[in-house]
Design a protein around this ligand. Structure first.
Ligand code: FE2
Length: 339
């Protein structure tokens, strides 16, 4: 009898261990593109025993994939580097609302979807950089980039890039489409070269002398300060100045990285646990220390590299207003001949 019970128990234990093993997974569809995130994910696994399977790509590709996979999608969490794709995924029914007191309390309301389909976990400011030697009077606003003073001096990413689309969308929300059409056309007229490369390449363009003024997210410059860059010397970096634009009116444009739980998430509890982990003190500190971003949770300390950039006035526009203007932004950029 004892033996039979032991055997039965053994079977039960084995079966529940198997179930637990199957459940200890999380499928992460991510358009974050930072090698330092490795530690963010491994710490979650250390804390919870949940293994993360990462599928990376640009947000539009991941959205298309989730849509094509439908109810059979293995996606648990969708992470992006912009709100617009989170709003789009929400509109397409690809994200489910998450009921979490922890997320509700820790993430400020302006950094989460009204219906809890997504939450932002980090912020970055998209600002202006310039060559301190060559540019005596740097642009002080996004509008200044259109000034004839800067003809042949400006380097910015392509119109297919989400950061470019988002800032154009934010400007449309503030200034209207006609004004931003004129702005975009004039900025294209000031290009130092056809749009190319990522944000770091815009900064490298200043170092190489090809660009005098560039637009980049704050974290690319802070990262170069913190760990160096193989194409920019310490002197090169010291010669790059920066301006948080529009400090007297709308404030500096912010973009966020955030995520939500997929509608058909097979590991829903793990997905929610992961989002709650991203809002934890430990993960929030790492967004700054590991990737030079601004934490979303108020009161979390900044990495020294980020603090070096200084205090500024952010644009506090509702993120939904940016999302609503992205289609108009794409139209404006295309009309302007912004490659
Ligand atoms: Fe980026």
């Amino acid at each position: 009898m004892t033996r039979i019970i032991a055997v039965l128990l053994g079977t039960t234990i084995a079966a529940s261990a198997l179930t637990a093993a199957e459940a200890q997974e999380l499928n992460l569809y991510s358009s974050r593109h930072y090698d330092t995130d490795e530690r963010l994910y491994s710490e979650f696994t250390d804390l919870t025993g949940i293994t993360i399977n990462r599928i990376e790509g640009n947000a539009d590709e991941l959205i298309a994939r989730m849509e094509a996979e439908g109810e059979n999608s293995p996606a648990d969490v969708f992470l992006t580097v912009d709100t617009v794709r989170l709003a789009r995924a929400t509109d397409m029914g690809l994200l489910q609302p998450v009921d979490s007191d922890l997320l509700e309390q820790r993430i400020p309301s302006y950094l989460q979807d009204d219906d809890n389909h997504w939450f932002a976990f980090s912020q970055r400011s998209r600002i202006l950089f310039y060559d301190r030697t060559d540019v005596e009077n740097p642009p002080m606003s996004y509008q200044d980039l259109a000034s004839p003073d800067y003809e042949g001096m400006v380097c910015i990413r392509s119109s297919s890039n989400v950061y470019t689309q988002n800032i154009a969308a934010a400007l449309i929300a503030h200034l209207g489409q006609d004004a931003v059409q004129d702005w975009a056309t004039a900025v294209v007229g000031n290009f130092a070269r056809d749009p190319q490369g990522g944000d770091t390449d815009q900064l490298r363009g200043i170092a190489s002398g090809e660009c005098d003024i560039a637009m980049s997210n704050t974290y690319y410059y802070a990262r170069a300060l913190r760990r160096g860059d193989d194409q920019m010397s310490a002197d090169d970096l010291a010669n790059i100045g920066w301006v948080f634009p529009n400090q007297n009116d709308i404030g500096a444009h912010m973009n966020v990285s955030g995520g939500g739980v997929a509608t058909h998430a097979p590991n829903r509890d793990n997905a929610i646990a992961f989002l709650e982990y991203l809002a934890s003190e430990q993960a929030q500190e790492y967004f700054s220390a590991g990737n030079d971003e601004y934490p979303a949770v108020p009161g979390v300390g900044l990495a020294p590299s980020v603090a070096t950039l200084g205090i500024f006035r952010p644009d506090t526009i509702d993120l939904a207003d940016i999302a609503d203007n992205v289609d108009a932004a794409v139209e404006v950029l295309n009309n302007a001949g912004w490659e």
